[in-house]
Design a protein around this ligand. Sequence first.
Ligand code: FE2
Ligand code: FE2
Length: 383
Amino acid sequence: MPRQPIIHTVPQPLEPLNIEEVRFWLDIMQEHALFIKMGLPCDRTDLINEAQNFIREFDTLGNRAERVQNEKKFKELVSDAYDVVCEFHRFKRHLLRLKLTCKLAGSIFPIQYDHLAREAEYVMRLFDKMRTGRPGLKAAAKTQETSFWVRIMGEHAALMSHLIDPSERSLVSTAREFSEDFDALLLQSNDFASMLSHNENDVPSFRRFLQDVHTSTRQLRDFKRAVQEMIAQCKLVGLIPEMLADHVRREAEHFLMILAMMEKGIITCVTATEPECEVVEAIEDMEEEICSDPVIECGETVEDCEDHDEEACYEEEDCEEPQANFNIYKSPAVNMDDIEDIEGIEDDIDDDCNSPEPHKTAPVKQKPPKYKWGGKWPRPLGK
Ligand SMILES: [Fe+2]
Ligand SMILES: [Fe+2]
């Protein structure tokens, strides 16, 4: 039976960077698992345990990433990480289906599950590039990449507007304004994706649009950082954990880095040049690997699971790994001081870009050096 083509919800990611990129995304994935665990209803111990298993798995991968010193180990790590992210993506989609069919309570919005799943899909595609060594820049597409991230930023703002206490009218209003700003930017980004769909070269209006996005993202990043600081100092009431504020801030930093790559001209393609069928084949290969579940036959997409019973469709693995020491507070993987080194954007970056002090009572996990922007991009592994 012929396979149905897969409709992608995220763009082909940009050029795989280096081990720091892997560490950044492993941290992000691990935190997603923790958010899910915290947001699940207490009576769903099966799902909570599954989320905990992912926390451990990403912790183990993160520890391996700290020790990678050669290309071979790097590729092994990425390959293993890819497998775990595929499973994690499947888990998130499963939770979303439960949510949408009113079979799951808890404090996570459906769009949050969708958001988390899209980010996992992005990471899947990124790690797939890394492990197969396929060139990234040829397939990089400024318009799609911009739309992906602008949507992510807008959803962060919308989520914050819902999780800040209603009594904080000014802050809620500010978050809502950011949400509306990014909604408009997303529409414009999608328009550019359409208008430039047959263009190979950049146009001035799109470059100006990227500057607008850069400005809004920088402002949103600053807002997130301010919220994070207020939460840490117990000066803001609401339901946002400090770790979530830190998480979304670091994703904004990451998007700023990607925007800097676009503005710097490191990424030149305006739209994807890679034939879509190649991508579909790659994803189909992923699906075959994912479909180890006996209920899901290989050849079916994850979406095909909707035809099956929801609970039967996702089977958990019994994981008995030892309890990991999970420190919830992370240093940023991308430091804006490093980005300042890029010509042309120095003036855009604020001086006060140091990450805020973590909460006094929380454990702090020291991270290794951050991105280095001095030489050729992307720099060779380990250099
Ligand atoms: Fe995230
Ligand atoms: Fe996010």
